[in-house]
Design a protein around this ligand. Structure first.
Ligand code: CP
Length: 321
């Protein structure tokens, strides 16, 4: 198995977001993840890179993919992994997020993997604990490991990120996946477009260096990658689209709209999908074009890489800033 270069190339105590990462750091994370893909397909998947380490998954928001893949990633690296369910915790008795984190911190975990519905909450928590913290998604701010697994999926299929035209379509306003992907793809030299109704775009989105479209056929024209996002209704206060039926008509991905993209354009979706709302079922299941299942597979390899690179510095003196 190929492992990445020494951890001196990855000088972060926590993994809180993609913004501010260098192309070299992203490449190191992707190369390290690549080294985990084939071993993960073997019968014996267990390694000992994190033997003796403790990881706690602390999810204040629901998750299928991220929580399961962090658990698998930690276990495949030989760590002990605890899943904390907020619904069964003392948060339900009124304990705050910070008190909960400091309570867990007192048990000397090495890594806390945290998802929270408030933007910035994971950063705040990271300032209160001694261990490494990984952001598993905070509000509409960032979801760094999703962007990394998307990048690995694209790189494996297209051989590069540089110069690709990537159209990110749908609810950009509420999407942490969109933000992390915009940062990562821009840092790596891709051309990023966002395609959405005006109501689902943040003000001054152009400042992030993206091209803005309000029409799917124009936004998808000659795109290499079509990345669909669901309507994040749990973050919406009020009505942002007239109806899901109308939304699908104008912004849902079907074969007719996809025809504007390159013939070999890949279809991506971070999940969970709402079939018939942002994506047609047949398109989502198209085994030649859709890489949605591969994204899930790459999620385990990427999370192993993140855990491995952060864990390499644990116990080697004071943590890096
Ligand atoms: N893509 C993603 O974050 O999925 P989950 O909410 O299931 O973790």
């Amino acid at each position: 198995m190929t492992l990445g270069p020494p951890s001196s190339a990855f000088r972060h105590r926590h993994l809180l977001g993609i913004e501010g990462f260098s192309p070299e750091e992203i490449t190191l994370l992707l190369d390290t993840a690549e080294g985990h893909v084939e071993p993960n397909r073997q019968a014996d998947k267990k390694r000992s890179l994190m033997r003796g380490r403790t990881i706690i998954n602390l999810f204040f928001e629901n998750s299928t993919r991220t929580r399961t893949s962090f658990e698998l990633a930690g276990k495949r690296l030989g760590a002990d992994v605890i899943n904390m369910s907020v619904s069964g915790s003392s948060i339900k008795k009124g304990e705050t997020m910070i008190d909960t984190a400091m309570t867990l911190n007192a048990m000397h975990p090495d890594v806390l993997v945290v998802r929270h519905h408030e933007s910035g909450a994971v950063q705040l928590l990271s300032e209160k604990v001694d261990c490494a913290v990984i952001n598993a998604g905070d509000g509409s701010h960032e979801h760094p490991t999703q962007a990394l697994l998307d990048a690995l999926t694209i790189r494996r299929r297209k051989g590069r990120l540089q110069g690709l035209v990537v159209a990110i379509c749908g609810d950009i306003l509420h999407s942490r996946v969109a933000r992390s992907n915009i940062h990562l793809l821009s840092i790596m030299g891709a051309r990023v477009r966002v395609v959405a109704p005006r109501t689902l775009l943040p003000a001054e989105i152009e400042r992030l260096g993206v091209e803005v479209f309000h029409d799917m056929r124009q936004g998808l024209k000659d795109a290499d990658i079509v990345m669909m996002l669901r309507l994040q209704t749990e973050r919406m206060h009020g009505s942002f689209v007239p109806s899901t039926r109308e939304y699908f008509h104008f912004f849902g991905l079907d074969y007719e709209k996809l025809a504007a993209a390159k013939p070999d354009a890949l279809i991506m979706h971070p999940g969970p999908m709402n079939r018939g709302v942002e994506i047609d079922s047949e398109v989502a299941d198209d085994i030649d074009r859709s890489v949605i299942r591969q994204q899930v597979e790459m999620g385990v390899a990427v999370r192993m890489a993140c855990l491995e690179l952060l864990a390499r510095d644990l116990g080697n003196g004071p943590p890096l800033p």
